[in-house]
Design a binder for this molecule. Structure first.
Ligand code: UTP
Length: 292
């Protein structure tokens, strides 16, 4: 099997009900964290991992995502005429190259596992990265997917990134059991989606970054619906883990769940505070607001 991860899948077909009314006519992936849409931050992470092709599994009302990753001739012409060089350069550098994006539709939101399965023909028979656009991974050192791709190149298999959550909250997450250390990661001994209180194998939650072998598509093809009547990715990963190696990589940084209001608000603050052009003034303004 190839040791290079060339393709990344971004499932963006969810309804975003937790963000209504903002997501009534606009996809939640286009909400901005500072001045970049959430989906752009996540595509940036994949590009930093040298991924070459970006596969978006979309749904109705999501056309604007496709437009965002295309050229905007009118805008570019106007910027050119007005001599706005930095803005033009920004737009150009953000853009994937011609033929580097693919879009397919999920048609019905039958769950994350089903969304991933919809990418099967575009991905083909090679290992691929999967990034959940809701989850922003703000690294302390190296970006999450770059770390995972490097670990995969040294030791092929299936990977999930994990982070520590408080014991009292494990019932809200997909939790893995930790086995012996391997390279930069560890062997996964168990995977449980939203374990009952006291039943979690650890406090390590799956963070929304994966490297998966194409056998996952064969499993998803026949997998019955699970919790919530949806085709669950974790169920398919459990089946895959019975025959193929599965590793965890602990992410060193902050994770922001932008599918939730609080996570999204904190992400905006954290990303603004990390920006040299904004942080000094923003910090002062925040202090004024908080101190009253
Ligand atoms: P979520 O459950 O967080 O997304 O799925 P959602 O359904 O949009 O959110 P709410 O609960 O209604 O607010 C995690 C990721 O999986 C994608 C979502 O777009 C999101 O990026 N997803 C989920 C799909 O692409 N298809 C699905 O059927 C379900």
């Amino acid at each position: 099997m190839s040791s290079k991860i060339r393709k990344a899948v971004f499932p963006v077909a969810g309804l975003g009900t937790r963000f209504l009314p903002a997501t009534k006519a606009m996809p939640k992936e286009m909400l901005t964290v500072v001045d970049r849409p959430v989906i752009q931050h996540v595509v940036d992470e994949a590009r930093e991992a040298d991924i070459e092709h970006f596969v978006f599994v979309t749904g109705r009302n999501k056309q604007v995502i496709e437009d965002h990753f295309d050229r905007s001739y009118e805008l570019e012409d106007t910027l050119q005429e007005r001599g706005k060089k930095p803005e033009l350069e920004l737009l150009t550098s953000d853009l994937p190259g011609a033929g580097q994006t693919s879009f397919t539709r999920q048609q019905a939101p039958l769950g994350l596992g089903h969304a991933v399965w919809c990418a099967r023909d575009i991905v083909g028979r090679e290992p691929f990265a999967l990034l959940l656009p809701d989850m922003l991974h703000q690294p302390k050192t190296r970006p999450c997917m770059a770390m995972m791709v490097e670990a995969y190149a040294k030791n092929p298999g299936n990977y999930v990134a994990v982070y520590e959550v408080p014991e009292s909250q494990t019932h809200q997450y997909g939790i893995v059991g930790r086995g012996k250390d391997v390279g930069h990661g560890f062997e996964i001994t168990a995977m449980v989606e939203k374990p009952a209180a006291g039943k979690a194998p650890s406090n390590l939650a799956i963070s929304g970054r994966y490297i998966l072998e194409p056998a996952i598509f064969d499993i998803l093809q026949t997998q019955p619906r699970g919790a919530g009547g949806e085709i669950q990715l974790t169920d398919a990963m459990k089946t895959l883990a019975a025959t193929r190696p599965f590793y965890g990589i602990t992410f060193d940084g902050q994770i922001h769940d932008c599918g939730m209001k609080i996570g999204f608000l904190v992400a905006n603050v954290a990303y603004a505070l990390a920006r040299h052009d904004l942080a000094p003034t923003f910090r002062q303004e925040l202090r004024k607001l908080i101190d009253g």
